[in-house]
Design a protein around this ligand. Sequence first.
Ligand SMILES: Nc1nc2c(c(=O)[nH]1)N[C@H]1C(S)=C(S)[C@@H](COP(=O)(O)O)O[C@H]1N2
Ligand SMILES: [Mo]
Length: 163
Amino acid sequence: MALTFVLLGMLSFYSSFCQDSGTSFFSVEGEVLRSLNLSVNDLHKLKSTELKAKDKDGTEHNFKGVSLSEVLDSAGVTLGNQLRGANLAKYVLVQATDGYEVVFSLPEIDPEFSNEQILLAYQVDGRALQPHDGPFRLVVPSDKKHARWIRQIKTIKVLFSKS
Ligand SMILES: Nc1nc2c(c(=O)[nH]1)N[C@H]1C(S)=C(S)[C@@H](COP(=O)(O)O)O[C@H]1N2
Ligand SMILES: [Mo]
């Protein structure tokens, strides 16, 4: 009996750990040098970042992922010394599977402009994000509201604003 519980526990841990780690992708596209399709396994190859932040209920969690600037950098987005002139009119549209969308400007993502951390998280408290939240979600600790903590990220588009 006890063994059954232990085995079931191990199985559920294993499946949550492995869940979608290589089969779910989000894309980075638009004004990029290289369009990317990234899985959790691909993110493991980029520099990881961990930070503590409070969720909407005020509970602190340890989030692990890759900073959004690193992800955009790997697609060749104009950050750093390229973020000037006309490139300052680009914005980042993040889209989720449920149709939810949020935008960021490039300067608020770029560490040369801003000290704010925007994390593309794939783990919370040492576990893969659950389907309701993940596999990929933004964590934006500097926002006082959680509306841009977009869950179930499907696409990240870099676009030129046109007026
Ligand atoms: N994909 C997606 N992400 C989303 C939302 C949504 O409707 N869809 N709602 C946002 C809003 S308004 C808030 S307040 C937070 C809520 O985070 P929670 O689900 O962890 O409480 O998620 C944000 N991320
Ligand atoms: Mo919200």
